[in-house]
Write a protein that binds this ligand. Structure first.
Ligand code: ADP
Length: 528
């Protein structure tokens, strides 16, 4: 606990909420700069939309979404058009305030005109999304899955998924949405924080029953009904990888701004909470990503009216303890040292916990640790000396393990690399007009059909529109999403007849080639 700062650096910094410490020059921090902003409902929806524009089939696991208030006319027009095309389509939509959590301010609508744009909660920016009307039910109840994902590193990309997660149940039997039941939150929203207030909520000592269960217990049940559980897991793994691929461009912009390359700084890792809904046909759909998933392993119990006590929650303990323990094992700085020197571990790894203000020590090998549960299997790559006493890893590496299948999706990452290259001044996340002009010149994108005056107009038009959407007024200039939009425009202009992802891939290659040639020339000049 260092309320007034600290003199000695730590190996691992465990922050409660976000990456917010500019005085860390080494070690590892459990938060990425900008993660909170990147996974907000609006930003996530925008990132997913970009990927859906490029790869519609690969990204059909995210419900169609519109951003309010600016896309309200588009939403109304698109719904009208789809209804005209298919009069039997009777959709339901879910409106979710941006930055909201625990079901706060969420409501369902049948008609786009029912969006509430007045009032304090309702006037907040929000996402309106197609409501998944046919979820998979267990015991007649809707439930969602909370999966824990470790983003161990951004560059190179390293992703781990926990082998078990939580299933959080509604507390009223599910019925497809009708005007009569739209308001029944215990039927439609799976949030623990809401359902805990229902008289039907069941706290269970078993991980297989009650209103919160392990995901593995659901898988067992599905498997006994003959469901293809292997396929379901593989769909979930690809959902997680694709989602992180959609988030990395923005994260890299924040990263270079807070931790510039070549300067001393920490490395980052982060545990994310993925909320996933299974459709009746077992297709997993992404609902949202949480940058700060709750790691509580207790719940409140009302002993007598108004008197509460914290009691252990076996299901939370089973899943979450393993996630935290294995995260520490995977990022353990002593592990690398041990590998290097083959010596015994030093006694303690220091963890700074900013929110709970406590200093803790990672237990030594022979201290007793909780069991990882039946799903755990031995891993071979862990040094035996200390790891032998620990349960096997619950976190399974999925990237770079499956990198080959997914690398073609990392197109916006390459666009972001171009953006970052021309940002220039350190500590910025927005591109100025000169940076944009330099990008156009160095990549040889201007010609008689596309003059530098047209370049300036493109910059001004797109930047002004993005800045008017009120996302980040603090810094002037072109944000990454605006640059991506401008890049797509340029790609469409240059490679008219191709599908969008091929247009963008061709332009990325074109730019990379010109920049490599320029670098080559500069090296020759330098030598000369
Ligand atoms: P919050 O951050 O407030 O929890 P979520 O996006 O997780 O917001 O939504 C809350 C709950 O609403 C989810 O747990 C899920 O039960 C339900 N929900 C959210 N989006 C959809 C959707 N598109 N279709 C069906 N149910 C949804």
């Amino acid at each position: 606990q260092f309320p007034f700062g600290r003199r000695l650096p730590c190996d691992i910094y465990w922050h409660g909420v976000s990456f917010h410490d500019n005085n860390i020059f080494s070690g590892q921090v459990n938060k990425f700069p900008g993660m909170m902003e990147t996974v907000r409902k609006i930003t996530l929806s925008r990132a997913m939309r970009t990927m859906q524009d490029l790869f519609p089939l690969e990204y059909n696991f995210y419900p169609r979404s519109w951003i309010l208030p600016e896309e309200l006319p588009l939403f109304v027009a698109e719904v009208r058009m789809m209804k005209d095309r298919n009069p039997s389509w009777k959709p339901t939509f879910i409106v979710k305030p941006d930055g909201g959590c625990q079901g706060d301010g969420i409501y369902l609508i049948k008609d786009p005109n029912d969006i509430r744009l007045t009032g304090s909660i309702q006037s907040r920016p929000a996402v309106v999304q197609e409501y998944i009307c046919k979820p998979l039910l267990v015991d007649k109840l809707k439930f969602d899955i909370r999966l824990y994902v470790l983003l161990k590193s951004l560059e190179p990309l390293e992703i781990y998924i926990a082998k078990d997660g939580l299933s959080r149940f509604c507390t009223e039997p599910y019925q497809e949405p009708t005007l009569k039941n739209l308001h029944q939150v215990f039927m439609h929203l799976t949030n623990y924080s809401l359902n805990i207030h229902s008289g039907n909520f069941i706290h269970s000592a078993s991980v297989n029953t009650g209103s919160k269960r392990t995901f593995s217990s659901i898988l067992c049940r599905l498997s006994s009904r003959g469901a293809d559980v292997k396929k379901l897991w593989s769909d979930i793994i690809s959902l997680v990888i694709k989602t992180i691929i959609a988030l990395t461009p923005e994260l890299k912009v924040y990263y270079q701004s807070d931790i510039p390359a070549g300067k001393p700084g920490p490395t980052c890792f982060q545990i994310l909470g993925f909320d996933i809904l299974l459709m009746k046909n077992l297709k997993p759909m992404l609902l949202e990503v949480n940058a700060n998933p709750s790691m509580r392993i207790e719940h409140e119990q009302e002993l007598s009216p108004g008197v509460f006590e914290n009691v252990p929650s076996p299901v939370d303990e089973e899943v979450k303890v393993a996630v935290i323990r294995d995260t520490l094992r995977l990022v353990d700085p002593q592990k690398k040292k041990r590998k290097d020197t083959q010596s015994l571990p030093s006694p303690t790894t220091l963890i700074l916990c900013c929110r709970c203000q406590s200093l803790e020590q990672v237990p030594e090998a022979n201290e007793e640790l909780p069991d990882a549960g039946p799903a755990a299997r031995p891993e071979s790559d862990i040094p035996r000396s200390r790891e032998a006493a620990l349960p096997s890893l619950c976190l399974k590496q999925v990237f770079p393990k499956y990198a080959k299948q997914f690398s073609y999706l990392r197109l916006v990452d390459r666009v972001a690399a171009l953006f970052i290259r021309f940002l220039g001044v350190k500590g910025t996340t927005k591109l100025g007009p000169t940076g944009f002009r330099t990008f156009i010149r160095n990549c040889k994108l201007s010609n008689s059909n596309f003059s530098m005056a047209a370049v300036d107009i493109l910059y001004i038009d797109i930047t002004r529109r993005w800045n008017s959407m009120g996302i980040d007024h603090k810094e002037p200039g072109m944000c990454l999403q605006a640059f991506v939009e401008a890049f797509f425009c340029l790609a469409q202009k240059k490679y008219k007849s191709l599908p969008l992802h091929e247009q963008v891939a061709s332009l990325v290659e074109f730019c990379e080639r010109h920049l490599a040639a320029l670098r080559g020339k500069r090296l020759v000049w330098g030598c000369g």
